[in-house]
Ligand binder design. Sequence first.
Ligand SMILES: C[S@@+](CC[C@H](N)C(=O)[O-])C[C@H]1O[C@@H](n2cnc3c(N)ncnc32)[C@H](O)[C@@H]1O
Length: 313
Amino acid sequence: MSTVKLSIAQSTELCRLLADPSRLRLLLLLEAHALSAAELTEVTGLAQSRVSTHLARLKRAGLVQDQRTGGAALYTLAAVENSAAELWALMRQELDDRQARLDRERADEVVRARKSGQTWAESVAGRMELHYSPGRTWEATAHALIGLLELGDVLDVASGDGVLAELIAERARSVTCMDISAKVLAAARKRLGTVSNVGFCQGDMRAPPFADRRFDQVFLMHALSYAQEPKTVIAKAAALLRPGGSLIIATLGAHKHEAAMQAYDHVNLGVTPEALAKWLKACGLEVELCRVTSREPRPPYFEVVTALARAGV
Ligand SMILES: C[S@@+](CC[C@H](N)C(=O)[O-])C[C@H]1O[C@@H](n2cnc3c(N)ncnc32)[C@H](O)[C@@H]1O
């Protein structure tokens, strides 16, 4: 969270900035596309003078930036942390609007139709992960990579409703979904009911109900955000590994956004790769990977830390 404190006048001004449907439409559009003022005008149907005024105001507030690459200036969201960006990030999390979805589809068309002789791929090169093209989803990529896996007995700690188990079951000897919530586990059972090598167990990651050295792979996917003492959870998970087994972690990087944390019931503000690596080594594991692997493209730019650590043979 920004350490800069605002006066009442500044706070009201900030609220006014975001209390405008046109400015919100522009912000949502610039999340995925770098667009010129003319293109924004075409997509939104607003008058060009209004679009320009809104853009200037959003730029002054540090929410958007422009870049000139020969032709017209292209606007994008600015990658800065300030009070305006934080307020926008909070609001953005709750926004799901039909008009915004239509704007986005229209913007996709406008970008495709740019008269610069570029192919679709060329027009989004460098930002391709932000753009849709038919069937090119992260899920499809995950399925392609999963073919490379050969897993043994897997424990998915804080499994949620079994998304990971569904992806990996075919490539594992067994998968055990463990979650503290009976309701969430019931949803996992419903998802995976007919898959014979998947089991379910209601349990607490602070005291997993399994014998030591019971699993070949233990996953902690987006689980540590729910641990008051991540270090203890990691030690418990490490004890469950057979010799040569792997602990795989994906978790939110350290951040300052308490409101977001409360909205998702997190009990900590993320972890740094340095702290995570230290905890893994303290359990006697060999750390093969522990770093920030992704950064979300929109405010507040949450980061994900991924770790892979192995038990000695
Ligand atoms: C964000 S979800 C992640 C689900 C899944 N791992 C995924 O990546 O899709 C976090 C899960 O942790 C579970 N959880 C929270 N505290 C837990 C605890 N102490 N022990 C086990 N599971 C817990 C919640 O019920 C929830 O299903």
